[in-house]
Design a protein around this ligand. Structure first.
Ligand SMILES: [Zn+2]
Length: 308
């Protein structure tokens, strides 16, 4: 166990800080890369230019590089003697968002997405920064090779925003066919627009996540002239759609309160509660609502249908 000194400084971390200070690369070229990536973002599944920039950098540092995994995914391996295998990862893709920042290096890019629609493109989620930071980290760890041992995997994942890029890399044989060893530790990173200069380190889930759910709302048919005696699951579904849960605790609680208040006024709510899990014994109609909630800025896939 490491024991912090009286002034609270962990001797091990101060040792690491000294190595970082000594081998930290000049940040200017990485800032230039960040600006270039920001100005030239690429949509999910089309990250060829971005992947090449990352791949070329790893190749220049003696990494063994494999590209074209799961689309434009890249992984570089740096062997450095006995020790654990550590994987560090960044995303490659940008979002179909119009940039209005007015920055001198703002994106003016338009791309045809995979559905054939022309979209503005912006690194609105910060993946440009992640890429540049990971490239700088690769440079630092390469330069400091004499101070650590093991195997370093630097991975650039495609198609994070729409989901599926990591799985696509694995299905493309990342570990099985290409012989990339399974990592002992995986480190990810994400910026967030809260406190500038602050760094938070933790394990497990952090920042955004995505969950799927399915709600079945049984209804009851009736005459259109007496809607108060009917239970229209479409209306209930509408109320649920207006107050979706998100993974932000405050808005989740607020949505829950407001949603419940509105739903309680609607007769179908009690009925739906009574019948939940019973398959709607006397119902002639039902609505099935399934959706996802997340805040990764990408695709919350929703599917909404009703059966009458
Ligand atoms: Zn992101």
């Amino acid at each position: 166990m490491r024991v912090p000194t009286k002034d609270g400084i962990d001797p091990q971390s101060s040792h690491i800080a000294k190595i970082v200070d000594k081998f930290r690369p000049d940040p200017d070229p990485f800032e230039a890369i960040y600006r270039d990536l920001h100005q030239n973002p690429e949509l999910s599944c089309q990250e060829s230019r971005t992947a090449k920039i990352a791949s070329d950098h790893l190749a220049s540092l003696e990494f063994t590089v494999i590209g074209g995994l799961g689309g434009h995914g890249v992984v570089g391996c740096l062997e450095n003697g006995a020790g654990p295998t550590v994987l560090v990862r960044s995303e490659l893709d940008a979002l179909p968002v119009l940039e209005k920042t007015g920055l001198p290096f703002a994106s003016k890019k338009q791309m045809i997405d995979t559905n054939g629609k022309e979209k503005p493109v912006m690194h609105a989620c910060g993946h440009d920064l992640h890429i540049a930071a990971l490239m700088a980290a690769a440079s630092l760890l390469h330069a400091a090779k004499g101070h650590w041992s093991g195997r370093l995997l630097v991975l650039f994942q495609p198609n994070e925003e729409r989901g599926g890029g990591a799985r696509a890399m694995i299905r493309d044989g990342l570990y099985a066919e290409h012989g990339v060893p399974s990592p002992d530790v995986v480190l990810g990173q994400h910026i967030i627009n809260t406190k500038p200069g602050a760094l938070r380190v933790g394990s497990g889930y952090a920042l955004a996540g995505k969950k799927a759910f399915r709600i079945q709302i049984p209804g009851r048919g009736g005459h259109v002239g007496t809607p108060q005696n009917c239970i229209d699951p479409v209306v209930t579904t509408y109320l649920l759609r207006r107050h979706p849960t998100t993974d932000h605790r405050q808005s989740r609680d607020r949505s829950k309160r407001n949603g419940h208040r509105r739903l309680r006024k609607y007769p179908g709510w009690k009925h739906a509660q009574r019948h939940s899990g019973q398959g709607g014994t006397d119902c002639q109609c039902e609505s099935v609502f399934s959706g996802g909630a997340g805040a990764s800025g990408g695709s919350n896939e929703t599917d909404h249908r009703s059966r009458m």
